[in-house]
Design a protein around this ligand. Sequence first.
Ligand code: GTP
Ligand code: SPV
Ligand code: MN
Length: 592
Amino acid sequence: MENMTTNKSVLSWINEKVELVKPEKIVWIDGSQEQIEALRAEACSTGEMIKLNQELLPDCYLHRTAVNDVARVEGRTFICAPSKEEAGPTNNWMDPAEAYEMLYAIAKDSYKGRTMYVIPYSMGPVGSQFSKIGIELTDSIYVVLNMVIMTRVGTSVLEALGDSDDWVRGLHCKCDIDEEKRYICHFPQDNTIISVNSGYGGNVLLGKKCFALRIASYQGKNEGWQAEHMLILGLQKPDGEIRYICAAFPSACGKTNLAMLIPPEGYYKNGYRVWCVGDDISWIRKGADGRLYAINPENGFFGVAPGTNEKSNPNALASTRKGTIFTNVAHNLDNNTVWWEGLDKNPPANAMEWKGNPWNGQESEEKGAHPNSRFTAPAVNCPCISSEFENPNGVPISAIVFGGRRAKLAPLVYQSRDWNHGVFVGSIMASETTAAASGAVGVVRRDPMAMLPFCGYNMADYWQHWINIGAGLDADKAPKIFNVNWFRKDDDGNFLWPGFGDNLRVLDWIIDRCEGKVDAVETSIGFVPKAEDINLEGIEDEVSEAQLKEILSVDNALWADEIAGIEEFYGKFDRLPATLKEELEALKANIK
Ligand code: GTP
Ligand code: SPV
Ligand code: MN
């Protein structure tokens, strides 16, 4: 196949990698419909993908990964900066020269008898000042077809790149899917990513976490912008105006759900709407008017399937009804469709579970779908996709929201006193772990700004970067910073807040705070709503006033314990910004 570019940096890098992995042939991905169709057909002929019922789910496919390869592997993810100090205490580090040597030994000859796909892709609308280009080499058709949905792919990307060597190099080799030799390595100083021995999502769709967060966070630090694990939504009020909110929650903690929220009935009737700009990643920079603007660098949603249903997230479900790849869900053999826990109360009896074994969902105790099973759906499918989704200049941000899963402690919502206090609030985030990464589930861990697994450099320097960004903003233009917790539980383990669409009630308060329209109560941790300012109309049966007061309460005794955890965490950082130390001292004083 002919080269699709004359760019020397691209061709010489590909040649080098061809020498290393020795593919049988090379296929450039041009993004054309014919090519996509041919690849789908080929993947179906080898069993790599299963074509689903084309009447019910047009252009939809099912894929099963290896059983040992179902989530990101944080323990095998490395930041290969020149020194360990640059990677910081929260990242795994490997010396770059040693890492290259080890990875090349694993990758050597691994494409023998296989095809190398060359995927030129853009993170962000092609040609936008925010956007960045990458090239991923892969031996997986599944990766190609996912990248086609998740990013902008093909000829136009290479045209936009021209002769430039400002692009991110990505090499993915499936090898033998050997967990002992699985490595996801980042070389921020070289704009390079190498991923071996995996075929799953965040490990191999290199535009996503590897580039758009780990490499991009490092680029952003050097270039004065930010790459964040944040959704972007537009909240339309009855006046028709739309205010934009970015929110960072850890993996599988509600970003997709919040970004596509459908307002409760009363709100909806009054004209409230939520528009989705993005569900996972934000690239943020200061605009000419001095405000912060955000784009979603992705072009699709790689969303958690279990729990997605007509009630919890109808917009996400609708997004998956065409052109979608399902990974590790159950296969309903009666009608050749898919099923997952929480889709409906009627699991298929004649089915295969996510591993491909026969499964009777009516009788089996086993799960049909893996808890981290996902859909890869085109953003354009989403009924509430924002009209600004393709805006090359992004959307202006009014509020930044942090949040996580905390059964106790964190109130439903609180507002930071100012930007630096907000950075502190983000830095002390903690959340119960989920199935999105391999390892234990439900354990509380520190996950600052939801970036623990995704920050491409020293987290202390990342916090300083946040502080510097704020210092460059006029106070009246800086987004206000909040923290939310949809996951507070009572002593019997029941959620105290209904969540999902009802989270709009909290977003409404957040925007009112940004616009100075509502008062608040100052507590030791920040500003909390007065109970009467959270509108419970329509959910009075579910949330009593006492319950609301409970989830808005700040328990100083619990916070005193929390401080010990924060101090221990902060103690890991030699380069902790002085500002954060001061914020911690202020919190300690307030709690007393
Ligand atoms: P990644 O794609 O992994 O980054 O995750 P995400 O943050 O987009 O997570 P998502 O929105 O897919 O949330 C997944 C899980 O959170 C599911 O189990 C949902 O049921 C649950 N969830 C989302 N919103 C709420 C909520 O408001 N309340 C409760 N109780 N659960 C929620
Ligand atoms: C996450 O784990 O935060 C995800 C899914 O969004 S993955 O792309 O696998 O990282
Ligand atoms: Mn994510």
